[in-house]
Design a protein around this ligand. Sequence first.
Ligand code: ZN
Length: 291
Amino acid sequence: MKGARYGLIEAGGTKFVLGVADAERTIFARESIPTSTPEETLGAAADWFSAQHADYTAFGIASFGPLDLDPASPAFGCVRATPKPHWSGTSLIAPFAGRFGVPVAIDTDVNGAALAEARWGAGEGHGSVLYLTIGTGIGGGFCSQGQLLRGLSHPEMGHIRLPRHPDDLDFAGTCPFHGDCLEGLACGPAVIARWGMSLSELPEGHPGKQIIAWYIGNALATFQTVMEPARIVLGGGVTATPGLIELVRTEALAANGGYTVGKIDELIVPPGLGDNAGLLGALALALTSIP
Ligand code: ZN
């Protein structure tokens, strides 16, 4: 393969998606390998990239968390303590930096998606974009003027506390840390824990959709007042439920009591990047490593 190429890794809990692309988002090759042990999976990934015979300029890794993202830390780019067997303390950077000798950028899959949506997707042309994914878990990334918001670690927006919906007071929530934080109340497993099925499977007239939209709307009203993003991009399986985003807009407006800046239909939007969103997140990260 000729020309500047970027090695892309979307590291997930069940599979790693690998890709080779150029800066214009053309994906020349892709592969999916199961997530097993770090030695097996990272070794197979590095072998695959070698076999593509590309002239790599940089790598980008958009990964499951939690990650050590403190550049001053000796464990930068390592998976922090995780219940996932074998992966705690594993460096995701080392196998690629070592073999290919080029910069390796890493961040969470959520931050990668936030950067990609801000750069090429639903947030394109806007200086401030909040990306929130609501699926198996809930995570958020905020991109302002091309820079991701970071503190000691990546933001943990899924774990904010919320008021309780008056018709949902008995459910304890599914978060192992907080019980009824946003994730514990509104992620996919929390929906199934209450009603035994996903939101899109609930029968017509069931109050579940309204309750979940109320929680998401309240959370968005909080994020709006803290960050005032020009766009809030809602990704993930729960928010893909037909009709949910419209309910979320109504609830976010109500929760903010008329304090919302901008038009709600333009403010809260679905993602603009399709099936390649994960790899494009890795590409957006890889491009940040090039001066
Ligand atoms: Zn929590």
